[in-house]
Design a protein around this ligand. Structure first.
Ligand code: FES
Ligand SMILES: [Fe+2]
Length: 364
């Protein structure tokens, strides 16, 4: 089943930086790997396999008995910030078994997010998470609209949803969508980042477009020229940019409005993922109905309704994969080109992770 994808050799967002506080354990599963994470007293976020090396008790259920000294809740083995076991209560002679240590998981904190690499650590060499410059730029305001959302669907279904916004009609009709949106011509762009990570995305340019109500409220204009892009930059991130100008003034920076939405999609397993919808808008951009309020505060207030529509669709869609195909054939429409490419990219990445079957040795 092509939509049933799970790529492990990739950077995935474990959460926003502010979710990691010194002395607080975070337990989560990323691409079928149970992880324990915490911010050390030195300020660095460390990540390890969540299973205690003794009897697999999740360490995220443990506690710190001293600063950065993590005690397992079961038999009390203690670990330091390198994952080394440094205390075994059942060994009063102080003996530490040589293999008593946690397996570290690569982690990077960048642009206000903590990223982890659940796959083969050696494959992370030279690869970095996509950059999200607005997240820490003081000229922008950023909101993680609903925080971590657990969605009972394969993360590829969300990526496909983001790359094909012809679902704005009918799913989001009357808030951010309308049928005219589905008619906007689409250009597909594909390539590789400097570190070799493949990307694919869509560019939609339209002139003299009547904005649906929410977008008119955020950006202030009713009739606009618009540039709207959606790019899957890695298996863990899809980045959306919308720029609008009053109709007839395409590209005029003096009247440009818009937003950037970074969608992180972190697989838990093949049937579940965690989605963060992180919106950034230029500071001081006010909404139409109340010029004393920022557009981003209106976005945070109103957009959860749009998100709920997507969650509803993704969950329903995932459930249909439980039935045998039994002759079912999926139809691709013209706007499906980018999502089809995204599937191929992720399926190829997953295939590359599977060790090749050993060659049969010919009988002599
Ligand atoms: S399982 Fe952790 S100390 Fe025994
Ligand atoms: Fe949607």
């Amino acid at each position: 089943m092509i939509a049933n994808v799970l790529v492990k050799n990739a950077w995935y967002a474990a959460g926003l930086s502010q979710e990691f506080k010194p002395g607080e354990l975070v337990g989560q599963v990323v691409a079928e790997k149970p992880l324990v994470l915490w911010r050390t007293a030195q300020g660095k976020v460390v990540a390890f396999d969540d299973r205690c090396c003794h009897k697999r008790m999740p360490l995220s259920e443990g506690r710190f008995i001293e600063t950065d000294l993590l005690e397992c809740a079961y038999h009390g083995l203690c670990y330091d910030t390198t994952g080394q076991c440094v205390r075994v209560p059942a060994h009063p002679d102080g003996h530490i078994p040589p293999r008593a240590r946690l397996r570290p998981v690569p982690s990077i904190e960048q642009d206000g997010l903590v990223w982890v690499w659940p796959g083969d650590p050696a494959k992370a060499e030279g690869i970095t998470p996509p950059r999200l410059p607005e997240m820490t730029d003081p000229a922008w305001e950023t909101a993680d609209v609903k925080g971590a959302m657990r969605v009972p669907a394969n993360s590829l279904l969300l990526i496909e949803n983001l790359l094909d916004i012809t679902h704005f009609y009918p799913l989001h009709d009357g808030n951010i969508g309308d049928v005219e949106n589905s008619k906007i011509p689409i250009k597909v762009e594909e390539g590789k980042a400097a570190d070799g990570t493949p990307f694919v995305g869509t560019v939609r340019e339209v002139r003299n477009y009547r904005q649906p109500p929410y977008l008119e409220e955020y950006f202030g204009y009713d009739m606009v020229d618009r540039d709207h892009t959606h790019f899957m930059l890695s298996p863990g991130l899809t980045r959306v940019k919308m720029r609008v100008w009053p109709a007839g003034r395409f590209g005029d920076p003096s009247v440009e409005r818009g937003y950037v939405i970074n969608h992180t999609h972190t697989p838990i397993d093949r049937r579940n993922h965690v989605w963060h919808l992180i919106c950034s808008m230029p500071k001081g951009m006010m909404c139409k109905s109340d010029p004393s309020r920022t557009a981003i505060s209106r976005f945070v207030e109103t957009f959860p309704g749009v998100i709920a529509e997507d969650e509803w669709a993704l969950e329903k869609q995932q459930k249909m994969f439980d039935y045998p195909d039994d002759g079912y054939v999926e139809v691709f429409l013209k706007p499906d080109t980018a999502l089809r490419r995204a599937r191929m990219i992720l399926n190829r990445m997953e295939r590359q992770e599977t060790p090749a079957a050993p060659k049969e040795i010919a009988a002599e």
